[in-house]
Design a protein around this ligand. Structure first.
Ligand code: FAD
Length: 303
């Protein structure tokens, strides 16, 4: 296991709001999260045209109205190559320089010219090469998904590792994991991935879950078994304060476990809410809330 010497990167996942009320609460969440100086904030992507527009609007807001660095999720399911090239160029045009390249979940009757995420990584790299002059020869950063618990369509965990390696070879710079609830699954994934030749950072995805319904929906969507200890605790909680504490404590323990295992970052699935995530961060012994890249100029010395 490779141990990190610097403190872990910090990032959050947001999704485009569905209504005016959720838009207002998202703006409050963004302001709260901005105060933690995250390294980046990722924005999820949904296939339908209306939601796509909202993804672009949220990315635009993050670039132009906040100090945050956005990472745009993009999926190849349901899209033609031409549409994906256009999407990549549109997102680069907003000033975004990071993508999370995903396949997405295949809907019935959907036509996808690119069957797997690896091809989307290659497409983004190709567009990047074609646009080098506009990007000042700068590199676009590409993340991909990794799975501590087997992806529902994969034959085995080993297949997931082989696919992760193929995404690295296609040009991925880092991976973010699917949510998981058994801590040892993260270190097992990292150890097997290293043995197979994966050397990009694998960042654990952490979600403070404060409701049994959300836990059940999440596990169903990700094709995972519901963790019985957390489900029992949430089911028998007698107040919203207790639900909150259970979710925060569980996520806090996970963060400590993955940091002990050398995690290079912590990526929080926020569900567009900040309270539980901020409570976890407050209790972690991290030199956070001051970005190591944002020192006063007077303190910067090269020699
Ligand atoms: P892939 O890496 O293409 O893998 C998909 C399946 O195909 C796997 O079972 C893999 O083993 C198999 N496979 C891959 N290549 C091959 C091959 N050459 N031959 C045979 N089998 C192969 N979904 C969204 O719609 N929007 C989002 O914003 C979003 N954000 C996410 C963020 C994170 C951090 C994660 C972990 C997932 C996210 N997802 C999102 C869900 C993701 O789209 C699904 O998990 C999807 O089912 C798989 O995506 P992938 O990129 O891992 O696909």
């Amino acid at each position: 296991m490779v141990m990190t010497t610097v403190h872990p990167a910090l990032s959050f996942e947001l999704f485009p709001p569905r209504s005016q009320a959720s838009c207002e609460s998202l703006l409050r969440t963004i302001a709260e999260l901005e105060g933690t100086n995250p390294d980046y904030v990722s924005v999820t992507y949904a296939g339908d045209a209306k939601r796509r527009q909202k993804t672009l609007a949220l990315l635009d807001h993050l670039v132009h109205e906040t100090s945050l660095t956005p990472l745009a999720h993009l999926i190849c399911a349901g899209h033609s190559v031409h549409e994906l090239e256009r999407a990549v160029r549109l997102i680069l045009g907003l000033g975004v320089r990071g993508f999370l390249a995903l396949r997405g979940d295949i809907q019935d009757g959907q036509v996808s010219e690119l069957p797997f995420a690896r091809y989307l990584v290659e497409l983004i790299r190709r567009v990047e090469r074609e646009d080098f002059a506009h990007l000042a020869a700068g590199k676009v950063s590409i993340g991909v998904a990794a799975y501590p618990q087997k992806h529902p369509e994969s034959a085995s965990l080993l297949q997931d590792i082989e696919i992760l390696l193929s995404k690295q070879r296609a040009g991925a710079d880092f991976a973010i994991t699917q949510v998981f609830f058994e801590d040892e699954r993260y270190s097992a994934l990292v150890d097997s991935a290293h043995l197979a030749g994966v050397d990009i950072p694998i960042i654990p995805g952490i979600m403070p879950v404060t409701s049994l319904k959300r836990l059940q929906n999440l596990c169903q969507m990700a094709g995972m078994e519901v963790p019985t200890d957390l489900a029992y605790a949430l089911e028998t909680a007698t107040s919203s304060a207790e639900l909150h504490r259970i979710g925060v404590d569980y996520a806090l323990n996970q963060c400590r476990a993955v940091m002990d295992a050398g995690a290079p970052g912590l990526h929080f699935f926020t569900f567009n809410e900040h309270a539980a995530v901020l409570d976890v961060l407050d209790q972690l012994d991290l030199p956070r809330y001051s970005n190591r890249f944002s020192q006063p100029l007077s303190e910067l010395e090269f020699a």
